[in-house]
Design a protein around this ligand. Sequence first.
Ligand code: PLP
Length: 355
Amino acid sequence: MNKYNFSAGPARLHPSVIKKANESIINYQDSGMSILEISHRSKEYKEMMEKLKINLTKLFNIPDNYFILFLQGGATYQNSFLSYNYGVENNVGCLVTGEWSKKTHQDFRLVRETESINIDHSKIEELLSKDNSQYFKDLDYLHVTSNETINGIQIRDFKNIKHPSLIVDMSSDIGSYKFDWDNLRYIYGGAQKNMGIPGVTICIGDETHLPKIDNPSYLNLKKLSDNDSVLNTPSTFSVYILYLVSEWMIKSGGVDFFETQSKKHSSLLYEQLETYSEKILLPISKFARSRSNIIFNFIDNSLEEEFLSEAEKHNIVGIQGHRSVGGIRISLYNAVDSEMVNYLSDFISRFFDKK
Ligand SMILES: Cc1ncc(COP(=O)(O)O)c(C=O)c1O
């Protein structure tokens, strides 16, 4: 391995995925063509997409009445897409827990009046431990961002959000824990963190809630779903990488494996970081801490630069906090393995022990 990549996304891919992608760029399954040249209407592409849907159904236990779509435009496009579909005839509100849900709310508001329920990370535990239905009672749909990638805040227990119809942005934690579909009507996530590379957004929704709005084509969820993700030319290579990642995830032991790994890696680092409380701040309250993105700030700001430059010398990359908040952010996505986490943890010990 050249670098220890803890980037928040695009993020590390498992080497076996890169190797297969590399082979397929030269010759896709002995077809005599590169994966890059294959038509989205070809037998090869259709077969691959069908296998991908079977893999996702297996990984996420997706019920029969849910559609699976591979769209473009990233999670950001979903902010417009969702408001022009679910938001036209329904009252959609946003649970705002951090920067990404704030952006979603801002975009929704440009299309129509949208209620926001703002909650500080320190109050999430209390909110989820009681009957919170009264906060959402006037809403047909509630948008939730399961993992706030910038702030390091995560909600995984959707059942404790007492609303029957959630729309969830799972961009930065899809595939890292199991969940039930009971109150999930639509979930989505850009692939470039746990599931692949930019260019494809995984969208999974309840057919019985499919809005029937006659929008122009790429804003028309019903039309996209009726056309099984090939209404127009999809991002074929990104979909192929998603397929390879889904194969690798199944071989590794499925979401069960990644959930165990994610708990192990995040608790190891949080516990270690807590021992340096004289030098750093872990800004997020314990209950709401993300297992995918660990955030901390130096009390003495000048140490941040030194930490980052020392890390780079040790081939540790991608740990600078988001440009809007600064600090350090360690992203522990599925392809980050124990060898990497142990290496980082040793580096952290050596750095702080010297201080
Ligand atoms: C939780 C979350 N939502 C939305 C986005 C925006 O995603 P995209 O860049 O694919 O539009 C990101 C990007 O990091 C994210 O982490």
